[in-house]
Ligand binder design. Structure first.
Ligand SMILES: *[C@@H]1O[C@H](CO)[C@@H](O)[C@H](O)[C@H]1NC(C)=O
Ligand SMILES: *[C@@H]1O[C@H](CO)[C@@H](O)[C@H](O)[C@H]1NC(C)=O
Ligand SMILES: *[C@@H]1O[C@H](CO)[C@@H](O)[C@H](O)[C@H]1NC(C)=O
Ligand SMILES: *[C@@H]1O[C@H](CO)[C@@H](O)[C@H](O)[C@H]1NC(C)=O
Ligand SMILES: *[C@@H]1O[C@H](CO)[C@@H](O)[C@H](O)[C@H]1NC(C)=O
Ligand SMILES: *[C@@H]1O[C@H](CO)[C@@H](O)[C@H](O)[C@H]1NC(C)=O
Ligand SMILES: *[C@@H]1O[C@H](CO)[C@@H](O)[C@H](O)[C@H]1NC(C)=O
Ligand SMILES: *[C@@H]1O[C@H](CO)[C@@H](O)[C@H](O)[C@H]1NC(C)=O
Ligand SMILES: *[C@@H]1O[C@H](CO)[C@@H](O)[C@H](O)[C@H]1NC(C)=O
Length: 889
């Protein structure tokens, strides 16, 4: 107001002054409008800190604000406040910005009904409220948004019927109501949206309606997304009018009847066609990709004149064709197989007949074909092998016959091939070029001849099913080099010796029905199967071990002597008990024996004996493990061996505090850990542990094992890694126990004890049965099993309805059969940890590789696991492990 006095000056000056006035006033007004808009918003993370009257930045430079470029009078045209975790009120004050055309508040947490008052924004063209917490019905007054071109209310909780009044939004180009809770019938007003380019009503499971036929009038419509919304009835014949359509998705509804015969020919720009998972039937429109249809229906397109060969396609842009899980019959549209851009064809679970033509070679972009469970009858054409982009071809349960062409698996990216349950005959061609093949199923055909040895060169092959054929000859020995999780050759005519590692991890039923096969675990043992090759290896091994033991023994005696004198408080021979403590326990062995009788045992113990918890006079608790004294070691050796274990000092290995023994028993005294074992936790019904803690447990265990294997002198093997032998302290730091008991009880007694109780233990590596010598890799395998338990939340051996299945096989089968690692992750852990869990799963799978040499060392495992954790949480876990976690146990 003070400025008005200046207007008494000369004309020029006045003009100048008016300019200044309007500019500064406009500026302050728009900034104020923005500030008052901000005032009603909760900006929890302070993303709008630049929106401030003390800010030096011009408001046009505030976060999310865009102004007109005209420098003389900037005005706000667009607000993009997407993904800022904003909540609170969307105030109508923003409509005072007269030039505002775009308002994007998507991906925030606004919790309110549809902000009708925004219809006061006279210039508003785009309103994006996607992915908020908008609730309530679409009011009739939605018609007030007459100027809107883009309305995106997707991914909210909008409910109720779509009001008829929405039909007055005749300028709409995009209408997205997808992923809401809309219900009832859909009004027939879509014919009004003559400008509409995108219509999305998908994922509204309560919409119960036929597809409004007036949608067919939308000549500009490019995307029609109606999937998973409970639509029933037929696909309207009017769809033939959707001349601009690029994406059509009608999948997962309850549509019935036939696809309109004229439809295909009109969809000339179509890139993606998806009507999968409905109840559609009949023959598929002949015109779908056929020039004849084009001529009939689009006479104005007259560039095809004269005689038109049937082979001219109109679906030149088509990339994805999905009609699976319907009831289509008759011939599959053959032209589809040779489209230049086609990438994906899915037609499984229908009743299609017809041929796979040799012209499939022209589909140079084809990646994935699934036509299982139909009635295709033809030979597999040579052209298939010429498609170099194909990575999945699945055609089981059809009537394919004849021989496989030699190039059938020539695509260098081929990963999954399934020809099972057809009538294919002849030899299985050598597979050389598909080096990425993971899964090959040729089961239930009439193949003859031998299993091609070249299979052994396919390094990543994991799933091989050749069952129910007429194959002869031996199982190629090279196959045992593969990490096969499924190897099924049952019901053939195979003969000869089965390579051991192929059977060791797999059910014998995968070999049955081959009377000529022989080997351990099979009805026939091989006549030449005498163990004779061990001796020489064993001698060198033994002598090497003796010399190592000598050196180590010297070191041990020196260290042990030192420790003994440092800690041993008491050494007594009274009453047949001899004891050595490495820690000031201040009890007599008599106290211990009495105490154990009183307290009784906790847990069932392991194969080696029970564990007792004892309270010392000091109030301290110790765990005492009772072992049978097999008398393999003299008292002196025993002492030395226990000392070897007792001087281990690692945060992830339980301390051995001492021991005492008589002629019958050996008692090892360990520190006591109060949270029980990982195994105890996992077998509880309500097992729940955050991923960060599980990962920390895994890293701790891996570190403990790495220390035993490589850092500690002498190097030790644990030999009994399992979740029950991983104890947890109050902070959930894991500690390995029951380690290296072979040294206490002696090798022979150790082996017979293990064998008696756990010959079938799924913690044992597959080579456990036939490999004479314990190895680091066996510990690695057992660790992998524990890691799988942590990842899946399942016990290593869990009873299933169809019989108990060990966790390694369970996981491998899930992954192979469904091709989805995500299915094995413990569902009780939130999705945010998914990536780390998948990373850990990969490590666990490598640890549990059937072939020992493919397993990583424990050091590599530690590094790989650590690389999964973000830096910060590593720091946290080192310093104050549990500060930020509440542990629901
Ligand atoms: C800035 O805004 C705050 C609150 O919105 C107000 O109290 C203050 O007076 C304003 N300062 C100026 C310089 O406009
Ligand atoms: C916005 O900031 C840029 C530099 O960051 C500056 O060049 C421009 O003039 C500013 N715009 C306004 C309207 O202040
Ligand atoms: C988002 O804001 C809400 C409050 O509206 C707050 O509880 C939540 O922690 C915030 N989320 C993030 C990631 O900042
Ligand atoms: C609305 O915002 C979301 C989130 O960024 C975006 O995915 C969507 O495409 C936007 N809608 C329109 C119509 O542009
Ligand atoms: C949204 O607001 C309603 C009522 O104010 C409240 O009951 C509800 O819990 C809120 N929803 C969310 C997800 O915050
Ligand atoms: C369709 O649009 C016309 C104007 O173009 C309007 O008069 C009519 O009311 C609209 N229909 C509906 C159902 O809103
Ligand atoms: C599909 O429609 C049929 C009738 O046409 C009905 O009986 C059936 O319940 C519907 N299925 C679903 C899942 O809505
Ligand atoms: C094969 O498809 C039919 C429907 O066409 C379905 O009922 C049947 O379960 C499918 N068979 C298999 C093995 O998937
Ligand atoms: C397998 O081959 C034998 C002779 O080699 C033949 O007698 C038999 O019928 C064949 N079986 C099948 C299922 O093809």
């Amino acid at each position: 107001m003070a400025n008005t006095s200046h207007c008494s000056c000369s004309f020029l000056l006045c003009l100048l002054c008016i300019t200044i006035f309007t500019r500064s006033s406009a500026a302050s007004t728009e900034a104020d409008i923005l500030l008052s808009f901000k005032a009603s918003i909760d900006d929890y993370r302070n993303y709008l800190s630049s929106w401030s009257n003390t800010s030096t930045a011009h408001y046009c430079n505030w976060t999310g604000v865009t102004c007109t470029t005209a420098p003389s009078s900037p005005s706000v045209t667009s607000l993009n406040l997407q993904s800022l975790n904003l909540s609170g009120d969307i105030s109508s004050s923003i409509c005072e910005l007269s030039g505002l055309t775009d308002l994007n508040l998507a991906d925030n947490a606004f919790n309110q009904s549809i902000p009708l008052h925004l219809s006061q924004c006279s210039s508003l063209e785009t309103l994006n409220l996607s992915n908020n917490l908008i609730w309530g019905p679409i009011p009739n007054q939605v018609s007030q948004f007459g100027s809107l071109k883009v309305l995106d209310l997707s991914r909210n909780r909008v409910e109720g019927k779509i009001p008829e009044s929405i039909g007055s939004l005749v300028n709409l180009q995009v209408l997205n109501l997808g992923s809401n809770l809309l219900s009832g019938s859909v009004p027939s007003v879509f014919g009004n949206f003559s400008e509409l380019v995108i219509l999305d009503l998908s994922q509204n499971p309560y919409l119960v309606n036929e597809i409004p036929s007036d949608i067919g009038k939308l000549e500009k419509l490019e995307q029609l997304l109606l999937q998973s919304s409970g639509f029933h009835g037929e696909i309207p014949a009017s769809f033939v009018g959707l001349q601009s359509l690029i994406i059509l998705d009608l999948s997962q509804n309850n549509l019935s009847g036939e696809v309109p015969q004229t439809l295909g020919s009109s969809l000339k720009n179509l890139v993606s066609f998806d009507v999968s998972q409905n109840r559609l039937l009949g023959s598929f429109p002949d015109g779908i990709c056929n020039a004849k249809g084009l001529i009939n229906l689009s006479p104005h397109k007259n560039f095809f004149t004269g005689s038109i060969p049937n082979s001219i396609h109109v679906c030149l842009n088509l990339e994805r064709f999905q009609v699976q899980n319907n009831d289509f019959s008759d011939d599959f549209p053959e032209k589809l197989w040779s489209l230049p851009r086609i990438k994906l064809i899915r037609a499984e679970n229908n009743r299609f007949s017809g041929q796979l033509p040799d012209s499939i070679s022209m589909a140079a972009q084809l990646e994935q074909v699934q036509i299982d469970n139909n009635s295709f009858t033809s030979k597999i054409p040579h052209g298939l092998g010429l498609v170099k982009s194909l990575y999945r071809f699945s055609a089981s349960l059809n009537g394919f016959y004849g021989e496989l062409p030699p190039n059938f698996c020539d695509s260098p990216v081929m990963s999954i091939m399934n020809f099972s349950q057809n009538s294919i005959s002849g030899h299985i061609p050598e597979l050389k070029k598909c080096r990425k093949l993971v899964s090959l199923s040729l089961a239930d055909n009439s193949f003859t001849g031998e299993i091609p040895p070249s299979l052994a060169e396919l390094q990543v092959l994991t799933y091989l099913d050749l069952s129910h054929n007429n194959l002869t000859g031996p199982i190629p020995p090279g196959l045992q080099n593969l990490k096969l999780a499924l190897f099924n050759v049952s019901f053939n005519q195979l003969s000869g010796k089965v390579p051991y590692s192929l059977i060791s991890g797999l059910p014998a039923s995968f070999l049955q029905g081959n009377p000529g096969l022989c080997g351990p675990g099979l009805p026939n043992s091989c006549s030449e199967d005498q163990p004779k090759h061990h001796t020489s290896g064993l001698t060198t091994l033994t002598s090497a071990m003796i010399s190592v033991a000598f050196v180590l023994g010297t070191v041990m005696i020196a260290v042990g002597y030192f420790m003994f004198h440092r800690y041993s408080k008491r050494k007594s021979q009274a009453g047949g008990w001899r004891s050595v403590f490495f820690y000031p326990l201040r009890v007599t062995e008599h106290d211990l024996v009495i105490g154990m009788n009183e307290k009784g045992a906790v847990g069932s113990g392991g194969p080696f004996g029970r564990v007792y918890v004892l309270s010392l006079p000091s109030g301290e608790l110790v765990a005492i493990k009772k072992l049978v004294n097999f008398g393999c070691n003299s008292s002196k050796t025993l002492k030395t061996e226990v000392k070897t274990l007792a001087k281990i000092r690692h945060k992830n290995i339980t301390k051995v505090l001492g021991f005492f023994h008589s002629d019958e028993s050996i008692f090892l005294i360990y520190e006591f850990l109060q949270n029980g074992s990982v195994g105890d936790l996992i077998c509880r019904q309500d097992f729940q542990l955050q991923w960060t803690i599980r990962l920390r447990i895994a890293i701790g265990v891996a570190q403990g094992l790495a220390y035993l294997h490589k850092d500690y002198v002498p190097h030790l093997l644990h030999r009994n890694v399992k979740s029950k032998n991983i104890l947890l302290d109050a902070d959930f730091e894991p500690k390995l126990t029951d380690f290296a008991l072979d040294r206490i009880v002696g090798e022979a007694a150790f082996e017979s004890t293990m064998a008696s109780e756990s010959v079938l233990s799924c913690y044992n590596a597959p080579e456990y049965g036939y490999c004479k010598k314990a190895t680091e890799q066996m510990d690695v395998y057992s660790f992998g099993v524990v890691l799988l338990e942590l990842i899946t939340g399942r016990q290593a051996e869990q009873a299933e309805p169809e019989g108990s299945l060990d966790i390694v096989k369970w996981v491998r089968r899930k992954i192979n059969i469904t091709n989805g690692a995500l299915l094995v992750l413990d569902p009780k852990i939130s999705n945010s940890a998914q990536q780390e869990m998948v990373g850990a799963l990969d490590i666990a799978l490598r640890c549990t590789s059937v072939m020992p040499e493919k397993r990583p060392s424990m050091f590599e495992v530690v590094r790989a696991l650590q690389s999964l954790t973000p830096k910060t949480s590593l720091l946290n876990s080192g310093l104050s492990p549990l500060e930020e976690h509440s542990i629901p146990v």
